[in-house]
Design a protein around this ligand. Structure first.
Ligand code: ITT
Ligand code: NA
Length: 183
């Protein structure tokens, strides 16, 4: 089976591939810009995008909308994560947290799968924002995010290690499980 992953982010595709390859599902990147609405939740953004795409391309396909939620910043950047990453980068987050002792944060991923109907899978990982960037793997905010129970940031992990515990890995696992049961 081949599955289109609608995303501009190759890092996401690599994570999904490593996850689906063992299941014999080939994930390929389809770069098709879709509107990311301003909404309060990742679910709303993902759902709107998937329905918009469903009117324009042949399914099945899926997309992933993710965000980093920092407790001391009342959940910011959250649904604005892509914009904040593009404009301020992870250094912007470190700046905002200078002198802050509460470093708690979580990543959340929402996968929207369209096969004629919409299916939503989510995953979350809790951790903390480091005081300086570490590691060169992964993408996005990975160098400044250290998951709870580990001494490494996501950027210091292999894709397999990150997938094992990450927000996206968890959402992908739920998605893959569902596919196994419903194909
Ligand atoms: P799409 O084309 O799939 O939308 P994107 O990179 O714009 O790709 P999002 O809209 O989901 O992705 O934006 C979330 C932001 O959070 C973006 O800047 C990502 O780099 C970052 N991000 C998402 N998942 C991440 C992860 O697993 N590790 C680190 N940063 C992540
Ligand atoms: Na995006």
């Amino acid at each position: 089976m081949r599955l289109a992953f609608i995303t501009s982010n190759l890092g996401k595709v690599e994570e999904a591939r490593k996850y689906f390859e063992p299941l014999g599902v080939e994930v390929y990147q389809l770069h098709f810009e879709y509107p990311e609405i301003q909404a309060d939740t990742l679910e709303e953004v993902a759902e709107y995008g998937a329905k918009w795409l469903a009117e324009r391309i042949e399914g099945p396909f899926f997309l992933d909308d993710s965000g980093l939620f920092v407790e001391a910043l009342k959940g910011f950047p959250g649904v604005y994560s892509a914009y904040v990453y593009k404009t301020l980068g992870y250094n912007g987050i470190l700046k905002l947290l200078e002198g802050e002792t509460n470093r708690k944060a979580y990543f959340k991923s929402v996968i929207a799968y369209w096969d004629g109907e919409l299916h939503i899978f989510t995953g979350r990982v809790d951790g903390e924002i480091t005081t300086e960037p570490r590691g060169s793997g992964g993408f996005g905010f990975d160098p400044i995010f250290k998951p709870d129970g580990f001494d490494k940031t996501f950027a210091e992990m292999t894709t397999e290690e990150k997938n094992e515990i990450s927000h996206r890995g968890r959402a992908l696992r739920a998605f893959a499980q569902w596919l196994r049961e419903n194909l």
